[in-house]
Design a protein around this ligand. Structure first.
Ligand SMILES: [Zn+2]
Length: 140
């Protein structure tokens, strides 16, 4: 799917400001031949909980799973405030130009995960967390 797929809940249920900004960036990137794909956008709480259960079995412990997957209560995907972008030319484009739009990579271990930080457009994105487990928002 792309950021323009209105019929898909993962895209349509994103925060309206995030979606608008993503579409603006995607339109500009398209001029340079780069296409944004959405690998994950909004997720239902049930789906997020399923992902967490899967991660616990994959990584063997809740602590290790927390480095990759948030709880439904904490996940910015469930609130519609995060998007996982592909392919690598799109994430490369965003890592170069995203800050101008307020689109920031949040976690060093997730180069595909972007959120909107409109207060940083003039001074660049905040320092990344090493992984989601280091994000204070995840302590719930
Ligand atoms: Zn993500």
């Amino acid at each position: 799917m792309t950021v323009f797929d209105n019929a898909i809940p993962a895209v349509a249920n994103l925060d309206p400001d995030l979606l608008k900004t993503l579409r603006q960036a995607a339109t500009d990137a398209a001029d340079e031949g780069v296409k944004f794909y959405v690998n994950n956008g909004w997720r239902s709480p049930d789906y997020q909980n399923q992902l967490l259960r899967d991660a616990v079995s994959k990584y063997g412990s809740e602590d290790e799973a927390a480095r990759w997957v948030a709880t439904a209560a904490a996940s910015p995907h469930v609130s519609g405030d995060a998007v996982d972008i592909g392919h690598s030319n799109a994430t490369a484009w965003l890592s170069e130009h995203g800050a101008k739009y307020g689109l920031c990579q949040i976690y060093r271990n997730e180069p595909w995960h972007y959120e909107l930080r409109t207060n940083v457009i003039d001074r660049g994105c905040p320092r990344m967390y090493a992984d989601p487990a280091k994000d204070p928002r995840m302590q719930k």
